[in-house]
Structures are given as structure tokens and as C-alpha cells.
Design a protein around this ligand. Structure first.
Ligand code: NDP
Ligand code: 2IT
Length: 445
């Protein structure tokens, strides 16, 4: 048994060499669980911690496909089936050139606790490829997706492992992947979520992560008798999560002033309104262009190669990618008056940034709680598929709202430190207990 977080982490680093994102995600969880585990030693005796950091299965495969010039290209494909204590493996697929085993293990690990927090019966997993959809034609994306699914299909299924979208995987990709699964397996089933509305998808799934993160923000602000009304909000990213977070902030009377992509950030001091958001959605989802176009169209500032964190705000919603807020940026946010940081993305704040937020006792909503709305509605999509029914927009939105409120409440119950709510600790403990207890019930597996 380990006598400290440091000795546990030494072992993690030795057993998983070079996987720095995975080390980071494990440290964050273990560090915030440590005290709790000392008070509940039965988890330690059963070696739950040692078991929970080891994926049940990792699948790695070759993805050969042909580009439009007829040349053969080869990518790496992965599925990390992390934990099935609570249900079939569930989690997104990421297509991005940076994808490697470390990134997918960090995402799969986070997903286990996140899915537990939703209270729905889902285990945790993640997958993807180092394929870069940027600059590829629809035909090339289809060829890639078909090849990717030709291998993945033998490992997944509606009762085994149910992938969905993440960075670089949206409605278009899920369509191509679903088509190939159906063709090979001769089976129309809920094997993927985020499907099109006319072939088994759920209303509100595209909106769910962004809306959910803003519902979570609302709950956090309520603990200070505040609301989003009139608040200036920084949002990073301009993809699925950022777009619908922006929409919900506008709905609730807040003023989103920034968006970004991997090339740079825009700052619109007058606020991004519905009309401007419609432009962004067309730009990103249809034309697949760069956010810089927004600055040209509306005559606002564009910061090439920069992130939006040096602009004064009340609330910050990082919705792009991991480690997009470092210690200095966190200090700048706090210095400029930011009172609330809520993670729409997975692990966007690095460990030193998180320390800055916690030391300054601002509201900090960790991704595994705040962005759980996406996978929660994926869980609702699975239920609707199994029952062969579809719920209305209002029904799904209401269920999402209730789930986000309940996750907030779980964080409060387990994260209260006097008057301060440590949402990070609360989310980790609440997520852990359910998975750990299920693992104990199921024996040494
Ligand atoms: P999208 O692919 O739709 O959008 C990603 C956005 O982030 C784009 O604007 C992209 O810019 C930007 N981005 C991606 N990588 C980088 C990078 N390395 N540096 C700077 N900017 C980057 O993905 P999503 O909106 O779905 O995902 C965003 C985040 O939310 C991810 O962390 C994801 O894991 C998380 N998440 C997503 C959920 C979902 O349901 N989709 C659910 C829960 C969490 P560019 O176009 O230039 O690449
Ligand atoms: O990180 C995430 O929670 C997702 N990308 C969504 C996963 C899902 O199965 O809907």
C-alpha cells in the first residue's frame, strides 16, 4: 500500500512512461481523494485505486485509407475501454493530429468519473485517431471513417461499448461511422450516440455539453446569490461545446465576448449576439473556416496565435482543449476580476492554474462535472434507442437540467470546506464512490 500521493504517482509514472497527460489526470484525482481514502481504508485494502487507474482493455490498430489523389495514407486508431463497473464503456472519439495513447488514457480516465456523476448506467472509455480532418474533403473523411470503423466494429456494440463525438468528430463523422458499422454488422442499433435526428439521434444532444456547462455555471453562481444576467463571459474554442455554451449564455442574459480556435482568438466588446453566433456556426460547421473571419466580418480585434484569457471578465468558460489555461493566465483572470471558471473542455486548466483558482477561492467547476451534460444526453439517447421512442426537445432539456443540478448538488455534498465549495474534490469523491462500490460488489475483476 502507498503511504503518500507522491509514492503512488511515482509508480504511475514508472508504469506508464511518457504519458504526461495521463499522469496529470491521475494526479488530480488521487490528490483530491487522498484524505477521503485515509478515512475509508476498505477501498485501499481492496486496491481500488491501483485497479481504477488501469484500463480494462486498450485496442490499438492501423487505419489505412486512400486520399483524393489516390495515395494511401496510414493513421493510428485507438479505443481505450477504461472501466465497465457501471455499464457499457461510453465516451467520445477524438480525431486530431495530437492524439496519442496518453491523451486518450487521460480522457478515458476522466470519463469514468464523469459518467458516474451523471447517475446513468455508463462505464468509461475514449478513442480516436491522429487523423486530421482539417483540409480534408468529405470524401476523404468518409474513406477514413469507413476504414476506422472496419476495425473498431469488432470491439464495440450497444451493450459493450458506445462511442460518440469529441474534438474533430461531429454529426458528419458519426454518420459515416454509423453507416459502416451497420453495413458490416447488418444491424441497426444504438452503437453510437450523437446520431442524426432522423436516424436514431436525440434532440438536444448537439447542444447538451455547452448548455449543460452553462446550467452548471448557473447553479454555481446561485450559491453566491448571483446569476449570469449582465455578466461578461470569456469563451474559448468555437466548436460544438463553445457554440452552444455561447447560445445558452446569451439566453440567460450574459455577454459572451470572445471565441477562439487553434489559430487565434477574437474579442468582441459589444458581445456576440444570436446573429453573430449564427455566422460562427455557418463558418465552423459548414464552411469549416477560421475564427479570424469573424474579426474581418464584424471589425473586431483578432489576436493571432493567442488565447482569450487576458481580457477582463466575470466568468470564463474554456471550451477548446486540454491545458489551455496555465498558471500565469489563471493569475491574470483572477487579477482582472474573474469570479468563476467553468470547464466546458476536458482538463483545460493545468494543475498550477487550478491551484490559483482554489487558493483565491473563486468558483471553479471542473470538466468532469461541468461538461457531463454531453455524455448525459448520450445516455438519454441510448435509453430512447433501447425503448424505440424519442422524447421532445423540452423533455430532454428538462432531464439535462435536472442531471446538471444533481451533479452540482453531489459536488456540494462532497466538496464543502466550511463556506467554500471545492468542486474539484466534490466531483472526484462523488464520482469515485459509485464506481468503487460497484467494483467491490463485482469482486476481483
Ligand atoms: P470541436 O472539434 O467541435 O471544437 C474544438 C474547438 O477547440 C475548435 O475551435 C478547435 O480549433 C479548438 N481546438 C482544438 N484543439 C485545439 C488546440 N490544440 N489548441 C487550440 N484550440 C484547439 O470539439 P468540441 O467542441 O466537441 O470539444 C471541445 C472540448 O470539449 C474538448 O476538450 C472535448 O474533449 C470537450 N468535450 C466535448 C464534448 C462533446 O459532447 N462534444 C463533451 C464533453 C467535453 P480548430 O478548429 O482550430 O482545431
Ligand atoms: O468528453 C465527453 O464527455 C464527450 N466527448 C462525450 C462522450 C459521449 O459519449 O457523449
Amino acid at each position: 500500500m502507498y503511504d503518500s500521493v507522491a509514492s503512488f504517482m511515482d509508480d504511475i509514472v514508472n508504469k506508464n512512461p511518457g504519458e504526461k497527460e495521463f499522469h496529470q489526470a491521475v494526479f488530480e484525482v488521487v490528490d483530491s481523494l487522498w484524505e477521503f481514502l485515509q478515512d475509508h481504508p476498505h477501498y485501499m485494502y481492496a486496491k481500488i485505486l491501483e485497479r481504477i487507474v488501469e484500463p480494462e482493455r486498450v485496442i490499438m490498430f492501423r487505419v489505412p485509407w486512400r486520399n483524393d489523389r489516390g495515395e494511401i495514407e496510414i493513421n493510428k486508431g485507438y479505443r481505450v475501454e477504461f472501466n465497465s463497473a457501471l455499464g457499457p464503456y461510453k465516451g467520445g472519439l477524438r480525431f486530431h493530429p495530437s492524439v496519442n495513447l496518453s491523451i486518450l488514457k487521460f480522457l478515458g480516465f476522466e470519463q469514468v468519473f464523469k459518467n458516474s456523476l451523471t447517475t446513468l448506467p455508463m462505464g468509461g472509455g475514449k478513442g480516436g485517431s491522429n487523423f486530421d480532418p482539417k483540409g480534408k474533403s468529405d470524401n476523404e473523411v468518409m474513406s477514413f471513417c469507413q476504414s476506422f470503423m472496419t476495425e473498431l466494429q469488432r470491439h464495440i456494440g450497444p451493450k459493450t461499448d458506445v462511442p460518440a463525438g469529441d474534438i474533430g468528430v461531429g454529426g458528419r463523422e458519426i454518420g459515416f461511422l454509423f453507416g459502416q458499422y451497420k453495413r458490416i454488422r447488418n444491424e441497426f442499433s444504438g452503437v453510437l450516440t450523437g446520431k442524426g435526428l432522423n436516424w436514431g439521434g436525440s434532440l438536444i444532444r448537439p447542444e447538451a455539453t455547452g448548455y449543460g456547462a452553462v446550467y452548471f455555471t448557473q447553479e454555481m453562481l446561485k450559491t453566491k446569490n448571483e446569476s449570469l444576467e449582465g455578466k461578461t463571459v470569456l469563451i474559448s474554442g468555437s466548436g460544438n461545446v463553445a457554440q452552444y455554451a455561447t447560445e445558452k449564455v446569451i439566453d440567460l442574459g450574459g455577454k459572451p465576448v470572445t471565441l477562439s480556435d487553434s489559430s487565434g482568438a477574437i474579442y468582441d466588446p459589444d458581445g456576440i449576439d444570436r446573429g453573430k453566433l449564427a455566422f460562427v456556426m455557418e463558418l465552423k460547421n459548414v464552411k469549416r473556416g477560421r475564427i479570424k473571419e469573424y474579426a474581418k466580418k464584424y471589425g473586431v480585434e483578432y489576436f493571432d496565435g493567442e488565447r482569450p484569457w487576458n481580457i477582463p471578465c466575470d466568468v470564463a468558460l474554456p471550451c477548446a482543449t486540454q491545458n489551455e489555461i496555465n498558471e500565469d493566465e489563471a493569475k491574470t483572470l483572477v487579477k482582472n476580476g474573474c469570479k468563476c471558471v467553468v470547464e466546458g473542455a476536458n482538463m483545460p486548466s493545468d494543475p498550477k492554474a487550478i491551484n490559483v483558482f482554489l487558493e483565491n477561492k473563486i468558483l471553479f467547476g471542473p470538466g468532469k462535472a461541468a461538461n457531463a451534460g454531453g455524455v448525459a444526453v448520450s445516455g438519454l439517447e441510448m435509453s430512447q434507442n433501447s425503448m424505440r421512442i424519442s422524447w421532445s426537445r423540452e423533455e430532454v432539456d428538462e432531464k439535462l437540467h435536472v442531471i446538471m443540478r444533481n451533479i452540482h448538488e453531489s459536488c456540494v455534498v462532497h466538496g464543502k470546506e466550511g463556506k467554500f465549495i471545492n468542486y474539484l474534490k466534490g466531483a472526484n469523491i462523488a464520482g469515485f464512490i459509485k464506481v468503487a462500490d460497484a467494483m467491490l460488489d463485482q469482486g476481483v475483476v
